[in-house]
Ligand binder design. Structure first.
Ligand SMILES: *Cc1c(COP(=O)(O)O)cnc(C)c1O
Length: 352
């Protein structure tokens, strides 16, 4: 039976990216040795890094004056690196979920934090006031756990830092509206182990604290992300994914696919008498679709979990902090998988 991969992260990747990685693990770029054991200083790996950075810039239309780097440590290390490098006195954090609040927790180690928050995480704050003398505002564009997303680039009066772990490359982004963007690559790009950062070159140097070499940003850009040993295998896979994105219409092509998948799935959740969406209207994520059982059917949750897994649906259990269900429908997920999930929901409805 075909398996449909709805895991939230690590998550589905284009099959070609997996296949090319398997091939390279056997024989990398005709070197006769495995990608797992090749030097990151070899000219063959240099070419991988160069092309990955170049494609990042090309696909996201990154303007002059920005750098792209690959790091270790996950998005969670960025939660600390961002305030360490940018927070002098005060920063604004838009607290839209578990990840945003973890980012905010780290910032509090380095300065005052002004928190912007709704009554709960199922709605996003919009059009709020914030102090314009803050060093930066931090937003999480897609909230992987709660299924909310800022799908448009917003103009802020102060520098903007964005965690785009789970929606990078899902839509065109106006990079010029951001000063620093970061994310773990394991949602939409690569296996876990690599983190990306895109930053405006002139934003650093304004804090007075000493920065350990590995915790700075520009040092990594100056060394083409090879100041130390980079995560060679995930960077290679990221490159294959980037090539696949390019071959499939770029980020505009991804947005079209993603909008189609998301609108089909939300339409079924809204129609089906057994389920309901936890997020309404413009805040709905096109990457992580969260839903729960309707009140009258709430005792059927475990049964649907079992039924759907028997139908080949993998990873649709909601995050342990929210419950219910979550279908992550990242770039690489085919519309056929969304159709299969919809069919499963309809069969379940007929059974009851
Ligand atoms: C998964 C995720 C993280 C955490 O990423 P790690 O690489 O595991 O540290 C942070 N932010 C968002 C939005 C995420 O989806």
């Amino acid at each position: 039976m075909k398996k449909h991969n709805f895991y939230a992260g690590p998550s589905i990747l284009p099959q070609v990216a997996i296949d090319e990685t398997i091939n390279a693990l056997k024989d990398f770029a005709g070197t006769g040795i495995s990608l797992a054991s090749v030097s990151h200083r070899s000219k063959e790996f240099d070419a991988v890094m160069d092309e990955a950075v170049a494609l990042f810039k090309e696909l996201l239309n990154i303007p002059e004056g920005y750098s792209v780097i690959f790091l270790g440590g996950g998005a969670s290390l960025q939660f600390a690196m961002v305030p360490f490098n940018l927070l002098n006195k005060k920063a604004v954090y838009v607290n839209t979920g578990t990840w945003a609040s973890k980012a905010m927790k780290e910032a509090k180690l380095f300065g005052e934090v002004v928190e912007i928050k709704e009554a709960n995480y199922f709605k996003l704050p919009h059009n709020f006031d914030y102090p314009t003398d803050a060093d930066y505002i931090h937003i999480t564009t897609n909230n992987t756990i709660y299924g909310t997303e800022y799908k448009k680039d917003i103009d802020y009066k102060i520098p903007v830092v964005a965690d785009m772990s789970s929606d990078i490359f899902s839509r065109p982004v106006d990079i010029s509206k951001y000063d620093l963007i970061y994310g773990g690559a394991q949602k939409n790009l690569a296996p876990s182990g690599v983190t990306f950062a895109i930053f405006k070159n002139d934003i650093f140097g304004k804090v007075t604290r000493p920065i350990p070499t590995m915790l700075g940003y520009t040092i990594h850009a100056e060394n083409n992300s090879m100041y130390n040993t980079p995560p060679v295998i995930p960077v290679f896979t990221a490159l294959q994914t980037l090539r696949w994105i390019k071959a499939n219409g770029g980020v505009a092509g991804m947005k079209k696919r993603n909008d189609e998948k998301a609108s089909k799935l939300y339409a079924e959740i809204d129609r089906n008498k057994m389920f309901k969406s936890t997020v309404q209207g413009e805040d709905r994520s096109i990457m992580n679709v969260c839903f729960i059982m309707n009140e009258e059917y709430k005792d059927f949750e475990a049964e649907f979990a079992k039924f759907s897994s028997e139908k080949g649906m993998l990873g649709i259990k909601g995050h342990r902090s929210v419950g219910g269900f979550r279908a992550s429908i990242y770039n690489a997920l085919e519309i056929e998988s969304v159709d299969a999930l919809i069919q499963t929901m309809q069969e379940f409805e007929k059974m009851h």
